[in-house]
Design a protein around this ligand. Structure first.
Ligand code: NDP
Length: 283
């Protein structure tokens, strides 16, 4: 294997140490404990496991979390009222509604109801707008984690060709915007893109956020490229990414594994956003 592994677990652990220290300092100097409210509607096993991960990670760094497990047939109005309550609760600095929501609840109405100042997922249109207008706001957690990993390679993003495969609102588009903000030349690919391999082969930085197991094969990767695999796919009971790991690792310069790559960084960025939100209160 020629590629260096970008170990998300290790990087996340180091960042969480730093966050824990800052949480301690905040408590000591300002008597402030960052608070995170997590609302989970229904009993989807994957969502339950994500929420457990967020609760555990919060506790480890000293963030106070309140997790509400709500029934799948909850009325939208009741969920919106709960959000209102957390919006005006001074002990809560971050509000997260675990997605996806049951079909009878409008995801947009729910996201729009969260105060933009507590929107630690960065999905509220105000924060989306701030990201696109180079303003200061919450950056969605997975894209923020991806950028951290790219920075760890030491590769200067400016002037590089970054190719992002996937244009979702939660991963593809915001990560493309973050790379653009750092002066990469960015190409965004999607399901209608013609000649995907021709484009990915030009990438100095390649981000795969598609949800198709092993879509990115070794012949699609430029030698020495930074390859970030966001995909989480279950194949025969095993988790695999969107990148065909072993053969691509022979070609790439850096590569993230799945699991243990982008995933641990996502939760870490949620902790970081919650801490940032708490620090901003009263300022
Ligand atoms: P979406 O399904 O919302 O978006 C997938 C994107 O991939 C779409 O833009 C789609 O194009 C594009 N696409 C689909 N097929 C192809 C193809 N054959 N060639 C090129 N582009 C294609 O997914 P998400 O962005 O939410 O998630 C992507 C992956 O990342 C998933 O596996 C998800 O589980 C994982 N994920 C991991 C996280 C983590 O923390 N590790 C966090 C969030 C997601 P079009 O727009 O044209 O339909």
């Amino acid at each position: 294997m020629s590629a260096q592994i970008l170990d998300g677990k290790r990087l996340a652990a180091a960042l969480r140490q730093q966050i824990k220290k800052e949480v301690d300092d905040l408590r000591k100097t300002r008597g402030l404990v960052p608070g995170l409210a997590v609302l989970l509607v229904g009993d989807d096993p994957a969502s339950q496991s994500y929420v457990r991960g967020k609760e555990k990670a919060s506790a480890e760094v000293g963030i106070h979390s309140v997790v509400e497990h709500l029934p799948g047939d909850l009325a939208e109005e009741v969920l919106l009222e709960k959000i209102d309550r957390y919006n005006s609760d001074p002990a809560i600095h971050g509000i997260l509604v675990q997605l996806p929501l049951p079909g009878h609840i409008s995801q947009d109405r729910v996201i729009h109801r969260i105060s933009p100042e507590k929107d630690v997922d960065g999905f509220h249109p105000w924060n989306v707008g701030r990201l696109y207008s180079d303003g200061e706001g919450f950056i969605p957690c997975t894209p923020a984690g991806i950028l951290e990993m790219v920075h760890r390679t030491g590769v200067d993003v400016a002037g590089r060709h970054a190719v992002v495969v996937g244009r979702s609102r939660i991963v593809g588009r915001p990560v493309a915007q973050l790379l653009l903000r750092e002066n990469a030349t960015v190409t965004i690919c999607h399901s209608k893109t013609r000649d995907l391999p021709g484009l990915t082969r030009q990438a100095d930085i390649l981000v795969a956020a598609v949800g198709r197991p092993r879509l990115i094969t070794a012949d699609m990767v430029k030698p020495g490229a930074v390859v970030i695999d966001v995909g989480v796919n279950r194949v025969d009971g095993r988790l695999v990414g969107d990148v065909d790991f072993e053969p691509v690792a022979e070609v790439a310069g850096w590569i993230t594994p799945v699991p243990g790559g982008v995933g641990p960084m996502t939760i870490t960025m949620l902790l970081s956003n919650t801490l940032w939100s708490a620090k901003r209160t009263g300022k």
